[in-house]
Design a protein around this ligand. Structure first.
Ligand code: URA
Length: 429
């Protein structure tokens, strides 16, 4: 048992702008995890952290205390290096689906512990569960076996990693304290460091559909997480990428699986291909395998073979027909021109309202629901031609989805006035 403190004194230190000691942090995380510090006390401390911030040393101590609240995985018995990826979440972000099998096919094992979606961003597990037979839950032993045999696993994060984070995250959610950079960085990195990969690439999203709305905030978050990872012995880099407009041309579970399969088959939208390859290069470099060009492995079908093996290993049928929504509704372009914007947040909320996402953890999702985009900013559109197709099993959902999309896109007369949006803003190492 660590040194004892009084919760009110710990709160007072942060309320008055001081730095918490290593011992105070260790005590408060342990005592909160086993309910000796009350939720109202932790709520006050979280708000003081949001308002007054934390030094780098405090963030590192907070992260270490969260890691120590749970188990650490160990992949050292594998015959290959391991690399992991984390995205801070965005609309249409299906990159894990093509990236994990691609990197595995390049000779680096990818243990990808993922979550289900809540709110307007979709969860990787919800997407994969639209494949008939596919199972998200694996024991640690089954995960190791699959990493040995196939090289890639995307599965549900077990309850054992960073136990304190689950309790803290629920409290942050209801106390308006999700947004604090020290708390976001420590929450993400405690789980990633506990999973213990050799290297890690972070995809920090910036824009309307992301947590971080502006580039400076996103850079600060990325720098904080990269330092935490490297200090803990996980080679970590980050890309800052655009989330003003959705990634790819689909948002929704089975729709995004189909788009990822298109990428693995050598097609798919250019932004999804570009980001998959950029993140694969970061992961391969971190794992010491930058001699392999992932573009070759994507082009010659080895990444597709690895996808099929990964899906089969978890009970799924990669060749099965994917679920399709019962109804569609098309939104047409009102005039000729060039699409100048298409708001990520509105598309994400529309997909959610169509049934692709959930409002509460226990809600079901519709596999076929979502939005198909027929154009992205910079593309030409024709008057009366389709702009967006909405998919849902319930026709009555279309009205609320079209409401949120009203005003979410714009058409310019001339192509010259619409610069092609930049996909990758920056890299942090
Ligand atoms: N994702 C997490 O896991 N934690 C946060 O705080 C934010 C995003």
């Amino acid at each position: 048992m660590s040194q004892q403190f009084d919760a009110v004194d710990v709160i007072g230190t942060k309320r008055d702008g001081g730095a918490l000691s290593t011992a105070q942090i260790r005590w408060v995380i342990e005592a909160f995890t086993d309910s000796r510090v009350a939720e109202e006390q932790m709520s006050a401390l979280l708000m003081a952290i949001l308002l007054n911030g934390m030094e780098r040393r405090e963030i590192a101590d907070w992260t270490t205390a969260m890691i120590d609240s749970g188990e650490r995985l160990d992949f050292s018995s594998l015959d290959r290096p391991t690399a992991d990826k984390h995205s801070t979440g965005g609309v249409g972000d299906k990159i894990t689906l093509s990236l994990a099998p691609l990197v595995a096919a390049c000779g680096v094992a990818v243990p990808q512990l993922s979550g289900r979606g809540l709110g307007h961003t979709g969860g990787t597990l919800d997407k994969l569960e639209s494949i008939p037979g596919w199972q998200a839950e694996l024991s640690n032993e089954a995960m190791m076996q699959q990493l040995n045999d196939v090289g890639a696993v995307v599965c549900a994060a077990g309850a054992g990693l960073a136990v304190a984070d689950k309790k803290l995250y629920s409290l942050r959610d209801v106390t308006g304290t999700v947004q604090a950079i020290p708390l976001i960085a420590s929450s993400i990195m405690s789980k990633k460091i506990a999973a213990n990969p050799g290297s890690l690439v972070l995809d920090v999203k910036v824009g309307s559909g992301a947590f971080m709305k502006d580039l400076d905030q996103a850079r600060e978050l990325a720098q904080t997480m990269v330092a935490l990872g490297n200090d803990a012995g996980v080679r970590t880099t980050a890309l800052l990428t655009n989330m003003d407009t959705p990634l790819g041309l689909t948002a929704g579970n089975a729709l995004e699986i189909q788009e990822s399969v298109d990428v693995l088959a050598g097609g798919g939208p250019s932004d999804v291909v570009e980001l998959t390859l950029a993140l694969a290069r970061e992961m391969l470099a971190g794992a010491g395998r930058d001699d392999v060009d992932p573009a070759d492995v994507l082009a010659d079908g080895r990444a597709m073979d690895s996808w099929k093996a990964m899906i089969r290993a978890q009970g799924g049928d990669p060749d099965a027909k994917l679920p399709v929504a019962a109804h569609t509704h098309v939104i047409n372009a009102p005039s000729d021109g060039t699409l100048s914007s298409l708001d990520a947040l509105a598309v994400g909320v529309a997909a959610w309202r169509l049934g692709a996402g959930r409002a509460r953890k226990e809600d079901p999702v519709q596999a076929g629901a979502g939005v198909v985009m027929h154009a992205k900013p910079g593309d030409e559109v024709k008057a009366g031609g389709p702009l967006l197709t909405l998919h849902s099993d319930d026709e009555e959902r279309f009205a609320r989805a079209t409401d949120i999309l009203d005003g979410a896109w714009a058409i310019a007369d001339s192509k010259e006035s619409v610069p092609k949006p930049e996909l990758i803003h920056d890299r942090v190492s």
